[in-house]
Design a protein around this ligand. Sequence first.
Ligand code: NAP
Length: 679
Amino acid sequence: MKTVITVSLGSSSQDSTFETEFLGQQFKVKRVGTDGDESKAWELLRRYQAEADAIGLGMIRDNLEVGERRIEFKDTDKLLDVVTRVPATTGARLRRLLQVRAIRYTQKTIGSYFNNNHVLFLSGAVNYDMAMAMSDYTSNLKFADALLQTGAPKMLTSLDQLELFARGSKLLGSVVPSTLGAVLPSFTGVKKKLVASEFAKAHVIVGTFEDIKTFGSKKNLEGKTIISSAIDDDRLAWFTEQEVNLVVDVSPMLFDDVVGVNTIEAMILAALETTNEEFSLQDLEDVVRELKITPRLLHPTGKFRNIRRFAFVVHPLSQEYIKKGFPIPKATPKLVMDKIEQIAAHAPPMVYCKMSNIISPTGAEAEGWLISVGGTPKEMLSRNPEFTYRRLLAACKMAQDMGAQIIGLGAFTKVVGDAGVTVARRATLPVTTGNSYSASGALWAAADAMRRMGLVKARKNGKVMAKTMVVGASGSIGSVSARLMAMAFDEVVLAGRTQKKLDWLKDSILEETPDAKVTATTDYEAHLGEMDMIVTSTSGAGKKILDITKVKPGCVITDVARPLDLPPEEVAKRPDVLVIESGEIELPTQCKMKDIGLPPNVIYACLAETIVLALEGRFEVFTIGRDTEWQKVKEIYKLGIKHGMKLAAISGVNGVHSDDDIAKVVELAKEARKTWKAA
Ligand SMILES: NC(=O)c1ccc[n+]([C@@H]2O[C@H](COP(=O)([O-])OP(=O)(O)OC[C@H]3O[C@@H](n4cnc5c(N)ncnc54)[C@H](OP(=O)(O)O)[C@@H]3O)[C@@H](O)[C@H]2O)c1
């Protein structure tokens, strides 16, 4: 039987002795606390080495490495040096290894969990390796080292600042406490409040249980993730009271009794009959892998809430929207409004509203921010794309600072320039235009409307016996809609204003779907009279795009464009044609947010794409550029269903189309067709 004794500077009330099997050997493990008495610890260590195979030293400061600075503690070395006959360890190497593994394990197991989280380290110096690992997933790191050690009322906000502080602080070696208890008496209420308020801002807090308890309360810990170690039942009960969401216990639960990492490292050294000097980091990694040591992910409330965060950029579609957002008199002359519109385009991004309480049937949750940039389509299109890129990148930075994990680009913010490619390349957050779901929503709505109209039939091979057109077919939403429509309909007309782009798209569609019947034309008016369905998704920004008087009676037109390609006065000319406003999406739960000009709980499909990706934890560049992949349209449709998204009630310029409204259009269309002749 091997014997490992841990002498801890911690409380003697947690003393215990137990026997266990470890690495194929029998062990007797004993812990003795000295209640902070270093002389007593020195004496015990001197005595116990005679009866132990290895010694652990608990609740003592590990010698540290922060960047290029090595910090050694005389009192630690003094205690370690008294043990000469057997290996002695504070568990520093194993602790650092386990910390890094805990971050990687949690990130992987829960799925991109730490991406862009706000993480507060009570001591970055003590948890330097963990902070390095965390920096792979987020740049929103804060360290309380300067505040807690020197009293300076300032957080360090990057690893660089932490390293600089460690290099510059001559005192650091003497003031890093094993717990903050040592420095707290000198802490004023203001500084305590400052740390408590940093708790409130963080998503993740890293620290010892004692330190977290010093500053934490239900007010600033509810819903948070805590990374700590040696969490026993009492500690977990305290986290339950504070309604903490997740506790990552870095120290593994290898035995029925909770033991410190120093004890485990001492047991490894004893089992392998080796010393610190002979035992390399690689050896340690091999043992940890063999033992299959994983951190414990504890859910104190019994229900784990996995809340992902998104941001989405919106902008005013016209001067009318600017008037709605600011106290501008309705009767303001056009000349003045033109000036205001120009000034608004230069405005820095700002938060329009927060969106919260979006809960998927899978249990995943999302919340986020709508960030508004000031340019109208007219202003954006009249300037170099770089003007808009700069504002979008500022919005991305703002979103990142707030903790968003993905950002979507609304309406014209992805129409200007290269449809999100440059912004995605330069931004530090994953970007999506949302155009896959916009195309999906448009086709979903169109299919639903055509089914309810009942004027077209399907062939045995599943193809719809109908002719369709996409106006703006070379665009991001238009091109992918055309690809999918070519697979499903008898015939598709690719309409637009640049023949070369349309020809390229036609060739590409025929490669994918060789039996499709495809026409590419800029002279599309002539075809309008034959179409059963039209999708119009241009960036015409209010220009006249198609002559509705030439459209076949009973045609379903899905107007995806914003501003609309078919304004109300045009739609009113043809009561025998069903014009629907793309396919908006209904959220799975009552979302708290400001009005965006849609019915309650209904959002634009491109915003829905951003939310679905957030719910799925897919923090990646999903849709960018003008060559949207049809596979992504299908994928986001399926993911939307998984997360409880529904097609919103089909609506037109005058609101929701009821069954009676649709029946009326069908009746008028049937009547008109009796005399209808396509031009
Ligand atoms: N409802 C929603 O949820 C939603 C979501 C996202 C976007 N949108 C709106 O959908 C529209 C399309 O977005 P997108 O990202 O696909 O834009 P895009 O990639 O820039 O495509 C725009 C298309 O419109 C064509 N076009 C522009 N002016 C035209 C004109 N006067 N006549 C005929 N064609 C014209 C362009 O042709 P060229 O290539 O030849 O220039 C291009 O094919 C925009 O209005 C946008 O605001 C709506």
